[in-house]
Design a protein around this ligand. Structure first.
Ligand code: R5P
Length: 306
């Protein structure tokens, strides 16, 4: 009888990996992982992966720190005979640089997904930042499985906020703001944003913008420097709004970001658990487990030959 897929967590993805083991009924594997004194990564897989489907769970915020260990683990799974390797990266980094904005720039989204794909047979992620790339499969050479956070966020808003109005900080956020709004039967609108630098944005209200006397809930996919969210908070507060609730999927929170949001006048700050952070209050685990189940056991993924 075929053995169940085995889940290995790369540091620090142990909480999500444990949740996946429980929900999917998979086996739990152990990776020994450490740094050599010069900072290089050491990885050792405990247990036998020969002939098995391996699910590698990796937290990929700060990707430049985490990717070498992931590559070592994935390549080792293949060398040791894994039937297939499924990468679960709840946050998929590098996706915002999806175009050559200036001559000579790397189109990081395409390069990074191609790099990961060369080590694994399938990729599972949550709400990848897709703006100028319509679908992850357009840049991902291996089968990709995307879990949505929209339903979990909508359920949290329904339970916690009376009379909300959802506000996207820029036009590209319309895709997830509209979906979340539908899920919690709330009105929604989006601001207009122009970015001119890592920490420089200009945000404006669209014509006819109104909060309709409701509690504003800003919803974005990523908080990095929090420049976007903080500017949006200030704009809403200028209109006399109550402290906006700030909801994000991926809690990157670069240094000073949380403080900047509080200083701008944000109310409660809430994120999903794709990246571990003190603001995590919404779990994506049910949707992620469903996507991992399809990736690890589904028919879209034939065993590798050779
Ligand atoms: C933009 O394209 C994204 O959806 C986010 O609005 C952006 O990444 C947030 O970045 P920051 O927190 O640095 O303004």
């Amino acid at each position: 009888m075929e053995q169940p897929p085995v889940v290995y967590a790369l540091e620090p993805a142990h909480a999500l990996a444990g949740g996946l083991v429980e929900r999917c009924g998979f086996a739990a594997g152990t990776i020994e992982q450490r740094r050599f004194p010069d900072g290089e990564s050491y990885v050792r897989l405990a247990g036998d992966v020969d002939g098995r489907t391996v699910v590698l769970v990796a937290t990929l915020d700060h990707p430049d720190e985490h990717v070498p260990a992931l590559v070592l683990a994935a390549a080792t799974c293949r060398e040791l005979g894994a039937r297939r390797v499924v990468l679960v990266a709840p946050y998929l980094p590098y996706m915002r640089q999806d175009r050559r904005f200036r001559d000579g720039e790397a189109i990081a989204a395409r390069v990074f997904v191609t790099l990961l794909s060369s080590y694994v047979d399938a990729l599972v992620t949550v709400a990848p930042h897709l703006h100028r790339i319509a679908d992850l499969s357009d840049v991902c050479p291996v089968p990709s499985f995307v879990a949505s956070a929209d339903g979990a966020i909508a359920a949290w808003i329904s339970r916690n906020i009376a009379a909300p109005i959802l506000v996207g900080p820029d036009e590209e956020s319309a895709q997830w703001v509209s979906a979340v709004a539908e899920g919690c039967s709330a009105p929604w609108t989006c601001l207009r944003k122009e970015r001119s630098g890592d920490r420089r944005v200009a945000i404006e209200r669209p014509v006819g913008f109104s909060l309709q006397g409701r509690t504003p809930v800003l919803v974005d996919d990523i908080v990095s420097t929090a420049t976007t969210m903080a500017h949006a908070v200030r704009l809403l507060r200028e209109d006399g709004a109550s402290a906006p609730v700030c909801v994000a999927i991926h809690a990157l929170f670069a240094e000073g970001a949380a403080e900047a949001l509080v200083e701008a006048g944000a109310g409660r700050i809430v994120t999903c658990d794709t990246v571990a952070h003190a603001t995590n209050a919404i779990t994506v685990l049910p949707g992620l487990a469903e996507a991992v189940g399809r990736a690890a056991c589904g028919s879209r993924l034939p065993p590798r030959s050779g």
